[in-house]
Design a protein around this ligand. Sequence first.
Ligand SMILES: Cc1cc2nc3c(=O)[nH]c(=O)nc-3n(C[C@H](O)[C@H](O)[C@H](O)COP(=O)(O)O)c2cc1C
Length: 238
Amino acid sequence: MNVIALNGSARGKKGVTWKLMDSLLKGLSEGGAVIKEFQLKEMNISPCRACLTCMHKTPGQCAQRDDMDQIYLPLKESDLFLMGTPVYTDSMSAQMKAVMDRCICGMDPFLVRDISNRIRHPFSWSMPSKFFLVSTSGFPEVESFSPLILTFKAQAANFGAESIGEICIPGSIALQMAPHLLEPRLSQIQEAGKALALHGKIAPTLLEELNQPILTTAQYLELSAKYECWARKSRGEG
Ligand SMILES: Cc1cc2nc3c(=O)[nH]c(=O)nc-3n(C[C@H](O)[C@H](O)[C@H](O)COP(=O)(O)O)c2cc1C
């Protein structure tokens, strides 16, 4: 299995998103997957200009030349797209959104019915046939992920792919105050990654387990008090 993994966190490898992704990728690698990983924070990727040159003049090819050029080929050659993004203002990061928008260059300007009988563009080249989401949120409620998951699933469908699951761990503000609490989950995620490489999917019961919030609201508030204390000091209010 060829995997392309994009980390859309503005904090790159210092963030919780990467911790989750890294564990999944270690497992995928143990299971024999070949991985190409990119830290979008370090890349120069402009937003889509909507010039539609890709649809009307140079089919399949974006008119802009920037670091997206490093991503197109691995995207075309991968079976699985691992989207890693934190929840930013109830959606994916701008870094990740820019990549997704720039992928419309794989769409032709024509209109056809897709497998769900919706009117969509056909493709001049294919995105990976499977999409998987890894995310974290600052707030503790699992509902923080609802808009992102909806968007992720819609994107998979619009690119003719299957969304095969999500690992979304809420409460990063508090988890960063007690990183040891995340460790057991990271081991489970690594195991799940191996299963994903070997069987092409993670069992729904395991996915459900992986998506259980690590902290109760009371634990979250207790740990966040430490964060608040630190934040006040940093603002000169302590
Ligand atoms: C611009 C921005 C917007 C954010 N919006 C939300 C939000 O809507 N809901 C939420 O729960 N957390 C939100 N957060 C918190 C992040 O999801 C959280 O800090 C997460 O850990 C960031 O990922 P990282 O650790 O990989 O950097 C936001 C953070 C930033 C920087």
